[in-house]
Design a protein around this ligand. Sequence first.
Ligand code: SF4
Length: 246
Amino acid sequence: MKKELPSSFPQEILPDLISYLKHLEGKGIRSLYLDDIEESGPFEQPSSTSAEGGEPVPVTAIRKDLAELEEGVRACTDCPLHETRTQVVFGVGNPGTKVMFIGEAPGRDEDLQGEPFVGRAGQLLTKILEAIDQKRENVYITNILKCRPPDNRDPQESEVRCCEKYLISQIELIQPKLICALGRIAAQWLLQTKAPLGTLRTGEYYYQGIRVLVTYHPAALLRNPQFKRPAWEDFKKLKAMLEASP
Ligand code: SF4
């Protein structure tokens, strides 16, 4: 819900306040308490070496930072899903990619193999990527949750809140030009909305300045073949966006 600022609020500090809140959000802080402010340290403007300007960060440095992050995630016990996982499913692909694909959570095959999108739905995603001239190893693929929910149930909000810090860091490190949200759960998290997938597919959205394209989860395409045609339209759009992107 949007909050209105009191009329006495000094408008001149509003841009800095918004920047600061975005900075906190980037650290995974979505509910603000005084302790959060103290823990998050003094506000620093984002580095000028971001995607918005300056020297690009070398891919080897991003790979190293991702590996360090992954090591931490492998030891994570922040939510009850660690008790039932076989292994953490962090993410795979090219850290220097222009496009990140974000799904919901690992399924049975992913939990066993430790890699996202390797089951039937993953094989379909790989085929779709090939159809738009993208190799799986040249994009980056991950999920909102890094551990499998039992019986492939939907992620619970508390689990998403616990785990989102890792995805936020992945996006910050990779700085893709484009994010493709695979399915409702990923789209609703990225866009902080409860709107249905059908609505989100058709809009133009951004996450932290990164263009977000919403489409069906490949598992939904397997269950509902009638979604394949509209999904193909989405992927053609994605292909055009990637070709237009520097
Ligand atoms: S789902 Fe995320 S927060 Fe929960 S245990 Fe796994 S890595 Fe940690």
